[in-house]
Design a protein around this ligand. Structure first.
Ligand code: ZN
Length: 530
């Protein structure tokens, strides 16, 4: 007798093998049997005739660290068929941090992550994991954020991490990995991460490499003189080469400025792989990104943390200095993002959500730089944005096609980069996985269902050490999504993002339904894994 029996479906097991008609029997939190189970009995029987049975999707890059604490049902994720999310991304999260540093970082990150409760113990990775374990709908995975390590050891300061401080940092990193962190994550567009240099990262990554874990990197485009060959792809590869660490590139894809030019973004990576550097990558299927506009401010403005940032914005002399130097430090990609910014999240002034920075500047008859600094000051840094998509639709289409071409590589996986905050959040928070499986697969990879699912499941599980997940196999955990491969699609758009996908009927996490017959059940079976 099974707890759940899924009959008559097309089983896509996550390994890339062709779909087969097989039944799946679940007992407690595990897959108990696969085969012809029509004569078996079960408490719940799902007839999946005509539907695809797939392992639950693993989102390798999600900024749900706070939103899961505030809304553990996490409808935007589970409705996409996501059963596991990897948090701590871009090196921006809450542990391991002392009480005082947690509150500092919480305020500093409020524009990207939101506003979690003050009274949480984030003093270790173990404590961090305990806030999610069996307390939200999905499984959570955590790499140690580079920003937290730096903050805890050096404070929110532009200082080198060397000598005794480096020894302390390595010890803290080692302890965090022991407590279940799957690697080290950094974002080199962000502070305090970008105050590091390549030598620091190599030294930290030696600890990660010794533990056979992963270095997850959003590439450097700040303080580039501190990065090997100016940062970017070459710095990340050098870190892999020198430390031996496995390197994972966050959201590595083309955009409007290099649409169609895949060799430009992948050539050096393939060369390094040929020389033995162990590289994987991830992406999401949208032409532009989203983050917090605090990250536009120049390096010096961040020193001392959020309180000091606000002090500077309230001081006319410092304000002017920030305005005058802000754009100088931005990479071309970030200048475009600055010019095309639409505010997505602004809990302290909801009227800003959906407004464009340039329109507000024009209304106020002042520059975008002054306008942005005033808005950051007035919202107390709690402000998010996305970059508007390209006006040229054929460019957008080319970026879509590129995304599928990249996902065809067997070293790619899918990371939504979801920021599920605000009424005008980036649509990737609601549509990433079904967008790939629906409109993009049908247009650009019509016979690629099994391979695409492999990227979304097994590839990610293997990379991040999630044993017993990512494949539908006996004795593996029953993280499962059942959907109609003909119908599945995203409906979230830039102008109307809070829209759930279609064609996804059932989602199980650890054998429990979190979505059943297209309804959210309210169950919270997610675990902190591995
Ligand atoms: Zn991110």
């Amino acid at each position: 007798m099974f707890d759940v029996l899924i009959l008559n479906g097309n089983l896509v097991d996550g390994t890339g093998s062709k779909s087969v008609k097989k039944d799946v029997g679940i007992l407690k939190d595990k897959i108990e049997a696969i085969g012809n189970l029509k004569k078996s009995s079960a408490k719940v029987i799902i007839d999946a005739t005509g539907k695809t049975i797939s392992p639950g999707f693993i989102d390798t890059h999600a900024h749900s660290d706070a939103s899961l604490l505030l809304d553990p049902i996490h409808e935007n994720g589970i409705r996409q068929g996501i059963t596991t999310e990897i948090l701590g991304q871009d090196g921006l999260s809450y542990a391991p941090l002392s009480k005082e540093n947690y509150l500092i970082n919480k305020n500093y990150l409020a524009g990207i992550l939101g506003n979690p409760p003050d009274d949480l113990d984030m003093s270790s990775v173990e404590k961090f994991r305990s806030h999610y374990d069996k307390k939200c709908s999905i499984n959570t995975v955590y790499p140690v954020p580079h920003g937290a390590i730096r903050l805890e050891i050096l404070g929110f300061e532009d200082k080198p991490l060397v000598g005794e401080d480096m020894q302390k940092a390595k010890k803290l990193l080692y302890k965090s990995l022991e407590e279940g962190a799957v690697g080290l994550a950094t974002g080199m567009s962000y502070y305090p991460n970008a105050w590091s240099d390549t030598t620091e990262l190599i030294e930290l990554c030696e600890v990660v490499s010794d533990a056979s874990k992963v270095y997850v990197t959003h590439l450097r485009d700040r303080n580039t003189e501190r990065g090997y060959k100016g940062g970017g792809i070459l710095e990340a590869l050098e870190i892999g080469r020198k430390s031996g660490v496995k390197v994972h590139f966050s959201h590595h894809r083309t955009n409007a400025s290099n649409a169609g030019n895949i060799p430009e973004i992948i050539g050096d990576i393939d060369k390094a792989k040929d020389q033995g550097v162990d590289v994987t990558l991830e992406l999401y299927p949208y032409p532009t990104g989203s983050t917090y506009p605090l990250s536009f401010l120049p390096s010096f403005a961040h020193e001392g943390g959020p309180e000091q940032v606000l002090n500077r914005l309230n001081n006319p002399v410092e304000f002017e200095r920030i305005v005058n130097t802000m754009r100088e430090e931005l990479s071309p990609y970030r200048i475009n993002a600055f010019d095309d910014a639409i505010f997505s999240y602004s809990p302290n002034n909801k009227n800003l959500e959906g407004m464009s920075l340039s329109d507000i500047a024009e209304q106020n008859n002042q520059s975008t730089a002054i306008t942005l600094c005033e808005l950051l000051r007035d919202t107390e840094l709690e402000l998010g944005y996305w970059q508007s998509p390209p006006k040229n639709v054929s460019v957008w289409n080319q970026v879509n096609e590129d995304a599928v071409s990249l996902l065809k590589r067997d070293d790619y996986m899918v990371g939504s980069d979801s920021i599920p905050m605000g009424e005008f959040c980036h649509p990737r928070a609601y549509g990433c996985f079904p967008r790939f499986l629906g409109r993009l697969r049908r247009k650009h990879w019509s016979d690629g269902l099994e391979q695409m699912i492999q990227r979304m499941t097994q590839n990610a599980a293997e990379r991040f050490g999630l044993t017993d997940r990512g494949v539908i196999k006996e004795n593996y955990y029953a993280d499962i999504v059942i959907f109609d491969s003909e119908i599945i699609n995203d409906t979230a758009t830039y102008d109307d993002p809070i829209q759930f996908p279609v064609g996804i009927d059932h989602v199980l996490v650890n054998g429990e339904f979190v979505v059943r017959d297209n309804n959210v059940t309210g169950a919270i079976p997610g675990r902190a894994i591995p």
